[in-house]
Ligand binder design. Structure first.
Ligand SMILES: N[C@@H](CCC(=O)N[C@@H](CS)C(=O)NCC(=O)O)C(=O)O
Length: 214
């Protein structure tokens, strides 16, 4: 298997899952800031020009975190990435989908407003409006983590939603939102970083968890 990822991007979620599973995989870095996602070679792999992409040994490509996470869960049952009981599984996927379809795109409006408007004043307005909304969403994430009733969000093993909490809370730094203000999420990030496999992913992506720290 081969994972196409960008350091600090949402691709961290499947990247860490592969490390946790101890899966044999190759990683290929896509430099988003250099526009490598638009190169013809990469578009040949993912015409939508985004990471993550999981490419299987027969060349099949899987995109979209929810789909990749669900595939990895099925491939590596011992890791128990998602609960197997149907209702618990639905609740874990509900949160994963919300992080992916609501929290994440709100940040995209802050980080890449040019995707949503052509002129600079409109981009500034989009960025400012969504930075406020992003803060509210990170507060909601923090409350969700504070209310967890198990070691991790959906049980005793790390799941994709736990890893996504690290990603979106870290991104707060790009919007001048101090991640340490979210006590539960920040503690969750520290606990993830202390896990040897996740530490390996953090190291490979060279991530600083608090972007506002000197
Ligand atoms: N819903 C998609 C979101 C993927 C996404 O937004 N990826 C970002 C990085 S976090 C990306 O590749 N952005 C580059 C671009 O849009 O140019 C998924 O789950 O994979």
């Amino acid at each position: 298997m081969k994972l196409f990822f960008a350091p600090g991007a949402c691709s961290f979620v499947p990247h860490a899952m592969l490390d946790i599973a101890g899966a044999p995989f190759e990683s290929s870095m896509v430099k988003l800031h250099k526009g490598e996602q638009h190169d013809a070679a990469y578009r040949g792999i993912n015409p939508r020009g985004q990471v993550p992409v999981l490419q299987l040994s027969d060349g099949t490509v899987i995109t979209q975190i929810v789909a990749i996470a669900s595939f990895l869960d099925a491939q590596f049952r011992d890791a128990q990435f998602l609960p197997s009981e149907p209702l618990a599984r639905a609740k874990a996927l509900e949160t994963l989908a919300w992080l992916n379809n609501t929290v994440h795109p709100t940040f995209t409006h802050v980080f890449m407003p040019q995707k949503f408007a052509a002129d600079a004043p409109a981009c500034d307005a989009i960025r400012a409006h969504n930075a406020v909304r992003y803060l509210e969403l990170l507060q909601e994430v923090d409350a969700m983590v504070a209310a967890k009733r198990s070691t991790w969000l959906f049980g005793e093993s790390i799941g994709p939603a736990d890893l996504y909490v690290l990603v979106v809370t870290r991104w707060g730094g790009f919007a001048q939102i101090d991640p340490t203000q979210f006590k539960a999420s920040w503690a969750h990030m520290q606990a993830l970083a202390a896990h040897p496999a996740v530490a390996k992913t953090i190291e490979r992506e060279r991530l600083q968890l608090n972007l506002l720290a000197a």
